[in-house]
Design a protein around this ligand. Structure first.
Ligand code: AHR
Length: 465
């Protein structure tokens, strides 16, 4: 039993703000991979299925998680996907060999089911277009299918499939991880930049209101990072609204001290890309802004299985999470708040079964450890993110050098006069008694609580106390 004298202070001020917290920071990603769609979202054989085959228990947890936006249908699968396979009468949809995950794709769930699912769960849909095997014409045709009023070929096809009104999908990814040699139809940076620009033009001509997300680097270890990002931005700047980034955290070396300091990696990733956005905007003499979309993020290293053995809905990458993973997820979300001036969308990959906080059997659903920090942030972070001044003891890490023991973010919602402070204690052994000092007027209440917050909080996890 340790009785540590460790102490820290966090100083906050409602007027020292970073930016408005976009609700789209609390999004998710659903790919036709493993049991995410089949067995997670859609499972007609489950006792929890509604009349459309949607898992009601999963929907209910996503509502509790306040998932705001959902990216679909991939992922690596997107780059070999023909959206036409997944629409129209179910009995006519083809069974396909899905090459990215070497699984059988039945196409019983497709674009219209996805939109229905989002509407029923109060989630904003985000669709991807295939820039691997797909053409720019295929991309434009999908926009017409989804968003154009009836009266032309693809919009009429949608109407014939039972959807007279346009779906009005606002968020669109222009391909997926096209920098990766593993990607179906991988392109080099100049090829992708040109194809993405032309796809974006055609997509926008079909619907000028689209928010378009350009593929940035797949991760910071790519040999082409961050040159890829510079080149694609310079070619596409005026045609897109977001640059994507992806990253999966790992602890292969069982180096918990470094792992618990991963916020340093996440923050430097965002800093690099934020600098690049400023550089390209200045170089182009542009008044247009491009923001960041972290549309795949999570912990993923214990189960990297990706070969489906040509099965339908195989068990792939069903990562099991522990406390240290939950603390990394919490730091990721701290970083989202601290960089919400430039980061506007984030999607945890994925939402159920595959690399996910949620696991299902046909009868049951399990919330893993990583569910809880996500739900804390999505339910309580609102309004303006505050710039915290954190005065905390430091500790040594192999990967990031000396790091503070506390990782902190905070928000203040003026409309509700409520505040929230999110603290991660990185110590594996000690508690850190922390004074939270609100300069000026303190919020009337803590987010989610009825009463004025106590001025002093004790941050406890993982210590012996
Ligand atoms: O989420 C799993 C995979 O990770 C996605 O298909 C791909 O985009 C990324 O590499």
């Amino acid at each position: 039993m340790s009785h540590s004298p460790l102490t820290a202070r966090v100083v906050l001020d409602n007027e020292r703000t970073i930016g408005t917290i976009s609700p789209l920071l609390f999004g998710g990603f659903a790919e036709h991979m493993g049991r995410c769609v089949y067995g997670g979202i859609y499972d007609p054989a489950s006792p929890h299925a509604d009349e459309r085959g949607f898992r009601r228990d999963v929907q209910e947890v996503l509502r509790q998680q306040r998932l705001s936006i959902l990216r679909y249908p991939g992922g690596n699968m997107l780059s070999g996907y023909d959206w036409r396979d997944g629409v129209g009468p179910r009995q006519l949809r083809p069974r396909r060999r899905e090459l990215a995950w070497q699984s059988i794709e039945t196409n019983q769930f497709g674009t219209n089911e996805f939109i229905d699912y989002c509407r029923a769960t109060n989630i904003q849909p985000m669709l991807g277009v295939n820039l691997g095997t797909g053409t720019i014409a295929d991309a434009a045709a999908l926009v017409e299918y989804c968003n154009a009023p009836a009266g032309t070929r693809y919009a009429d096809l949608r109407a014939a499939h039972g959807y007279a009104e346009p779906h009005g999908v606002q968020y669109w990814c222009v391909g997926n991880e096209m920098d990766g040699p593993w990607q179906i139809g991988h392109l080099d940076m100049d090829e992708y930049a040109g194809k993405a620009r032309e796809a974006a033009k055609m997509m926008r001509w079909n619907d000028p209101n689209l928010n378009l997300i350009l593929c940035g680097s797949s991760n910071t270890d790519m040999p082409t990072y961050p040159e890829w990002d510079r080149v694609v931005l310079e070619t596409c700047w005026e045609h897109v609204d977001y640059l994507s980034l992806h990253y999966y955290a790992t602890n292969y070396d069982d180096d918990t001290a470094s792992y618990l300091a991963m916020a340093a990696q996440f923050e430097s990733h965002l800093d690099t890309l934020a600098g690049l956005l400023r550089y390209v905007k200045a170089k182009q003499r542009s008044s247009h802004n491009v923001f960041l979309s972290w549309d795949e993020w999570n912990v993923w290293y214990k189960d990297r299985s990706g070969h489906g053995g040509w099965q339908e809905a195989p068990h792939l990458s069903e990562e099991i999470y522990n406390l240290e993973d939950a603390l990394v997820v919490a730091q990721w979300m701290n970083v989202f708040l601290r960089r919400c001036d430039v980061l506007k969308i984030a999607c945890i990959a994925q939402i159920v079964n595959t690399i996910s906080p949620l696991l299902t059997t046909s009868e049951q659903i399990l919330r893993q450890a990583t569910y809880y920090p996500f739900a804390l942030f999505s339910n309580h972070a609102a309004g303006q993110a505050l710039e915290p001044l954190t005065i905390a003891p430091q500790y040594d890490t192999e990967l990031f050098g000396a790091m503070p023991l506390l990782d902190v973010s905070a928000s203040y919602d003026e409309a509700q006069d409520s505040g929230a402070v999110f603290l991660v204690n990185r110590s594996q052994h000690e508690s850190v008694a922390t004074d939270i000092i609100w300069q000026g007027a303190a919020p009337g209440r803590a987010a989610g609580r009825a009463h004025r917050p106590a001025p002093t909080a004790t941050v406890v996890h993982g210590g012996d106390d």
